[in-house]
Design a binder for this molecule. Structure first.
Ligand code: CP
Ligand code: NVA
Length: 309
């Protein structure tokens, strides 16, 4: 059987995403009921990181353990020859001979595409500068848990046109959600990602709108989403970005413009007081940010099961 990867949400069709959600929900139920479930007994997942992580590392590591498999953490810079010049192609071939799956978090998206091309084991993108598919699949799964069918619902993404915004473009298009993205001028999403996502959205009867006005973006929407203003690798731009993004804060005034039953989402980590205020992030009526964080593990157990069983 041909191996399957999760490098970008666009590579999975709607039925595959629904199947993933059903699988994750089933595995989550086992976990909540205290039922041990070890379909990945004897299998190993390499987890390669060149950036920091709380959620991705812990949720994949514990998730793999709970499925009966072995998670191997590798700090790319500290542990792997690839940081000393070994090619990604050779690394992929060698790791495939030991491992049943590879999860990677790194900078260049192309590195993950190359790893997937040369690895015979499934490759899972745990975040690149361009995309964060595991997070957005988890976010839509969390929406489904709280609100049901995502088709026709509208999401507003407020802030940087970054990896989260890009994965939302693909995720919304694939699942039939409408998406408004409001970013400051000069920080809009990548034009190629937008073009590809718009083609998918056209065939799925949903709309993707790019704008610079956060108030227009959140009007009557079902989800208000935000992310940090300076992502990993952009720390030096932080002060400049705080200035440019100051009108894009998710605060009470902005939230009041959304639907009265809107969900507040954030991939975390949050910079409280910058892109989101404490009162919004901690509002029990609206905020599901910690459900999203928990669901990273359940959703990814579904991914691991489907790709590695
Ligand atoms: N949301 C997310 O991926 O969190 P970490 O950076 O902590 O893994
Ligand atoms: N945009 C953020 C997401 C972190 C989960 C970053 O890349 O740092």
């Amino acid at each position: 059987m041909q191996k399957k990867d999760l490098v970008a949400i666009k590579d999975w069709n709607e039925e595959e995403i629904k199947h993933l959600f059903r699988t994750a929900a089933r595995i989550k139920e086992y976990q909540k009921a205290g039922v041990e479930y070890h379909p990945l007994k004897g299998k190993s997942l390499g987890m390669l990181f060149s950036k920091a992580s709380t959620r991705t590392r812990v949720s994949f590591e514990v998730g793999m353990f709970q499925l009966g498999g072995y998670p191997l953490y590798l700090d790319i810079k500290a542990n792997l020859q690839v940081a000393r010049g070994e090619s990604i192609e050779d690394t992929a071939v060698v790791l495939s001979r030991y491992l049943d799956g590879i999860m990677i978090r790194t900078y260049a998206h192309n590195d993950v595409e190359k790893l997937a091309e040369f690895s015979t084991a499934p490759v899972i993108n745990g975040l690149t500068d361009l995309l964060h598919p595991c997070q957005v699949l988890t976010d839509i799964f969390t929406f489904v848990e709280h609100r049901g069918d995502p088709k026709g619902a509208t999401v507003a993404y407020i802030g940087d046109g970054n990896n989260m915004a890009h994965s939302w473009l693909y995720g919304a298009a694939r699942t039939g959600m409408n998406l408004n993205i409001a970013s400051p001028s000069g920080y809009e999403v990548d034009a190629n990602v937008l073009k590809e996502a718009k083609q998918i959205a056209e065939n799925n009867n949903c709309t993707l709108n790019i704008m610079n006005d956060p108030k227009a973006a959140v009007k009557d929407v079902d989800v208000v989403y935000t992310d940090v203003w300076a992502s990993m690798g952009e720390e030096e731009e932080h002060a400049e970005r705080v200035n440019k993004f100051k009108d894009f804060q998710l605060n009470r005034d902005l939230l009041d413009l959304a639907d009265k039953d809107a969900l507040v989402m954030h991939c975390l980590p949050a910079h409280r007081g910058e892109e989101i205020t404490d009162d919004v992030m901690d509002d029990p009526k609206y905020s599901v940010v910690f459900d999203e964080a928990e669901n990273r593990m359940h959703l990814q157990k579904g991914i691991l099961y489907l790709l590695m069983k």
